[in-house]
Design a binder for this molecule. Structure first.
Ligand SMILES: [Zn+2]
Ligand SMILES: [Zn+2]
Length: 226
């Protein structure tokens, strides 16, 4: 139950942040006329269109942060761990693809889902985009652990701030991605979802999202041992 609530809060936080929004007001727009202008939620400075996000570990929500504030929280333990910077890396691990049998073991009812460690619950949570936002689904944790033991990418995600994104719609791909991007996609799909499967606009949004991940993805760095 807690997991669902946590996901919802993440989702609404991302929407409010307007990650996919059009360019903001003109630079000289007066402060009072720029209600839509994004502010750093830590120092209230004006944000660039591209900015970083922090996870507020207490509220389990995402905050927009300017570069300086973002960098304050990139190392573990900063501010007693109340805020964590969402890393920007996107990784893939072509050497350890997820087979059909392995995917089926997880018993996820859809072809596109994401997984992240909720450190508050102390476990991995699975979710997927749906017309209402994020739908959480039960995850066979033992099956996940078995997969993570043989798939370094699954074990590499940082708790709360990174997610494993699995796409098995047309292509079969697994990415390690920043968690804010999961929620940006969810928010975008919720706005354009039509009918049973999301419709053409949602499919186009997913295709664009995947193309962006492919462009940015680097090979998972070797960690040597686990
Ligand atoms: Zn700031
Ligand atoms: Zn933001």
């Amino acid at each position: 139950m807690t997991g669902v609530a946590a996901l919802r809060r993440f989702a609404s936080g991302t929407q409010r942040a307007g990650l996919a929004a059009a360019p903001g007001p003109a630079p000289e727009a007066p402060q009072d006329a720029s209600a839509a202008a994004e502010q750093c939620e830590m120092c209230l400075g004006v944000l660039d269109e591209r900015h970083g996000h922090l996870v507020d570990m207490t509220k389990r929500s995402l905050l927009c942060a300017c570069r300086a504030c973002y960098l304050l929280f990139t190392h573990e333990g900063a501010a007693g761990g109340k805020y964590r910077a969402v890393p920007e890396r996107v990784c893939r691990d072509p050497g350890h693809p997820l087979t059909d049998a392995e995917w089926n073991e997880l018993q996820i009812p859809v072809a596109m889902a994401f997984f992240f460690v909720n450190s508050e619950l102390g476990q991995v949570v699975a979710g997927y985009p749906s017309p209402g936002g994020v739908t959480e689904c039960e995850l066979d944790l033992a099956a996940w652990d078995r997969l993570a033991a043989t798939h370094p990418l699954l074990a590499a995600m940082a708790p709360d701030v990174e997610a494993v994104f699995v796409n098995r719609t047309d292509t079969h791909e697994v990415f390690l991605i920043p968690i804010d991007e999961c929620y940006a996609l969810v928010g975008q799909l919720r706005m354009c979802w039509q009918g049973f499967d999301g419709g053409a606009e949602a499919r186009a949004a997913v295709a664009e999202f995947l193309a962006g991940l492919r462009r940015r993805a680097v090979a998972l760095p070797e960690t040597g041992e686990r």
